[in-house]
Write a protein that binds this ligand. Structure first.
Ligand SMILES: [Zn+2]
Ligand SMILES: [Zn+2]
Length: 461
C-alpha cells in the first residue's frame, strides 16, 4: 500500500511542545483543523531521545476523542511507529482507512517512558487535498466458524503483527499458524481493531481467526478481550479508580467475549502489575511465552485465588511478536479447548466453561477424567459425588518429555508421580469425595519448567 500522490497544494502543519518528566502517562491531544477537500492525512512524530523516551501515537477524527468511548478512533500505533497515513482506501497498519471528514481532528501522544530532562516533540502533519479514489475501504472479517464438529481444539490466544508492535505481516502469521497445526488464533493487537477489520483477506480453510484486542494501559496492566465482533474496539484510556473499565468489560461480554488478564507479573521486581479488580475479569494468562520465572508468580497468584474460592480460567499463550523460532514462538505455549465446534462461539464457550488445558508444545496432548460410580467428569466439568464416596482419576499424557506429574486440590499437592518420555503415560489415583473442592494437574520437567497444566475438575454436590 502506498499513500496517495502528494498534490502541490498539500498543507503542512507543524505542532511543537514539551512533555515534562512529571507528565508520565498523561494523555496529550494535539488539535489539527482539517479543511474540506482533504483526501489523506499524514503524521510524522519527532521527539528527543527516542528509545529512552517513548511517546506513543494515535489519532481521532472530529467524531470525538473522549476517554472511555471509542467514537472518532482512527488508529493507534503506540510506540511502534513514528509516522502514519490514512485515506479512504488505505492506512498504515494499526490505523483505520475511511473518509477524511473535515473538522477538528486530534493526534494523541502519550508518554510511557520519560527521561528526567522531559521530551521535546514535534508533529509534522501533511494534509493532502484531492478527491477520494473509487472503492472505499470495506470491512472484511474472518469467517466466524470453520466447522460444527465437537472436539478439542488447539489455539494461541495472544499475538501481534505489524498492526501493533509485531514484526510480521498478517499473511505471515496465518501461514505460520497453519504450519504449526493450530486450529485457532486470537488476534490481539494493542489498542486497535485495525487487523480485525481485514482478517477475511488472509483466512485459510482450516484455521479459525478470532477477533480480540490487547487492551493496553501501560500504567495499570494489559488484558485481552477475546471473541469480539470485528468492528468492536475497546478503549484503554482510564485508571482503576475512575471505574470506566466496568463499561469496557460489559462491552466485551455483550459481544459474547472474555476478558483475560495478561502476564500480570512482567517485570524483574516480580510485583503484580495488574491494578484493576481481578473479580471483574474472566481469566488469567498464567503462562506467557516459554515458561520462565515471571510465569511462576502468575501461577501462584491464580492458585491462591482458586484455593480461596475465586476461580478464573487459566490460559497459556505465546504473546508472539516475530515470525519463526524465539522464546515466544507462535503456539508455544498453547491452550487446548473442548468446544462444540471450531467457531468463535464454540471456542469462547469452551473457555468460559473452563474446558481447557495448557501445554508447552504443539504435539503434546492429555486427558484427565474423574469417575464416581457411573458419573464421570472431565476438565471444566463437575463430578457429583456424595461425601466419602471414592473418586477414581485417570490421567494420560502423550508426546511429553520426562516429567513430574502433580495432582493438586484446594489443600495443595495430593500426589506426585514421575513419568518417562515418549511413552503415553497413564496414571491412576483415587481420592475421597469431600477431601477437596476440585482437582487439577501440573506436569513439569525435572528442572521445573511447565509442560502441561489443567483447569480444574470440580467436585461435590
Ligand atoms: Zn502485554
Ligand atoms: Zn501482547
Amino acid at each position: 500500500m502506498a499513500p496517495v500522490a502528494a498534490a502541490q497544494s498539500a498543507i503542512s502543519i507543524s505542532k511543537k511542545g514539551f512533555v515534562p518528566a512529571d507528565s508520565l502517562f498523561k494523555l496529550v491531544y494535539v488539535p489539527v483543523e482539517v479543511p474540506p477537500g482533504i483526501a489523506e492525512i499524514r503524521v510524522r512524530e519527532i521527539y528527543s531521545n527516542q528509545g529512552k523516551n517513548v511517546l506513543n501515537l494515535g489519532i481521532y477524527g472530529p467524531e470525538g476523542h473522549r476517554a472511555g468511548t471509542t467514537a472518532g478512533f482512527r488508529g493507534w500505533s503506540g510506540g511502534a511507529k513514528t509516522e502514519f497515513f490514512l485515506n479512504a482506501q488505505e492506512a498504515s497498519t494499526g490505523y483505520v482507512p475511511g473518509k477524511i471528514t473535515p473538522g477538528l481532528w486530534h493526534v494523541l501522544i502519550y508518554p510511557s517512558t520519560i527521561l528526567p530532562t522531559g521530551i521535546d516533540w514535534e508533529l509534522a502533519v501533511t494534509l493532502v487535498p484531492g478527491a477520494d479514489k473509487q472503492g472505499a475501504f470495506a470491512v472484511s472479517p474472518a469467517p466466524a466458524a470453520v466447522n460444527t464438529k465437537a472436539g478439542w481444539y488447539r489455539g494461541d490466544l495472544h499475538m501481534h503483527t505489524l498492526h501493533s508492535d509485531g514484526k510480521r505481516t498478517p499473511r505471515e502469521l496465518v501461514d505460520e499458524a497453519a504450519a504449526q497445526g493450530l486450529d485457532f488464533i486470537v488476534s490481539t493487537e494493542h489498542n486497535t481493531n485495525s487487523a480485525n477489520l481485514s482478517w477475511g483477506k488472509y483466512a485459510v480453510p482450516k484455521l479459525l481467526i478470532i477477533n480480540g484486542e490487547e487492551v493496553t494501559t501501560t500504567a495499570f496492566g494489559h488484558w485481552n478481550a477475546v471473541g469480539l465482533n470485528p468492528t468492536t474496539l475497546v478503549d484503554w484510556r482510564y485508571t482503576p479508580q475512575d471505574g470506566a473499565v466496568t463499561q469496557c468489560l460489559a462491552q466485551v461480554h455483550a459481544d459474547g467475549g472474555l476478558a483475560i488478564i495478561n502476564h500480570p507479573f512482567y517485570n524483574k521486581e516480580l510485583a503484580n502489575g495488574f491494578k484493576f479488580a481481578v473479580k471483574d475479569f474472566d481469566g488469567i494468562e498464567v503462562w506467557n511465552g516459554k515458561w520462565d520465572f515471571l510465569d511462576e508468580p502468575a501461577l501462584k497468584w491464580w492458585d491462591e485465588l482458586l484455593r480461596a474460592g475465586t476461580y478464573k480460567l487459566a490460559i497459556a499463550a505465546s504473546d508472539t511478536h516475530i515470525a519463526g523460532p524465539s522464546d515466544s514462538r507462535l503456539g508455544i505455549p498453547q491452550t487446548v479447548v473442548k468446544a462444540t465446534g471450531l467457531s468463535r462461539t464454540g471456542i469462547v464457550q469452551g473457555l468460559k466453561a473452563g474446558r481447557a488445558y495448557l501445554i508447552a508444545e504443539p504435539r503434546i496432548s492429555l486427558a484427565f477424567t474423574a469417575r464416581a460410580g457411573s458419573a464421570t467428569a472431565e476438565i471444566g466439568e463437575r463430578l457429583f459425588a456424595a461425601a466419602g464416596q471414592t473418586i477414581q482419576l485417570a490421567f494420560s499424557l502423550v508426546n511429553a518429555p520426562a516429567a513430574v506429574v502433580t495432582l493438586c486440590g484446594d489443600q495443595g499437592v495430593i500426589a506426585t508421580e514421575n513419568v518417562v518420555s515418549a511413552k503415553p503415560a497413564g496414571l491412576r489415583w483415587t481420592v475421597k469425595a469431600g477431601s477437596t473442592k476440585y482437582l487439577r494437574v501440573e506436569v513439569r520437567t525435572p528442572r521445573g519448567e511447565m509442560v502441561a497444566l489443567t483447569n480444574p475438575i470440580w467436585l461435590g454436590e
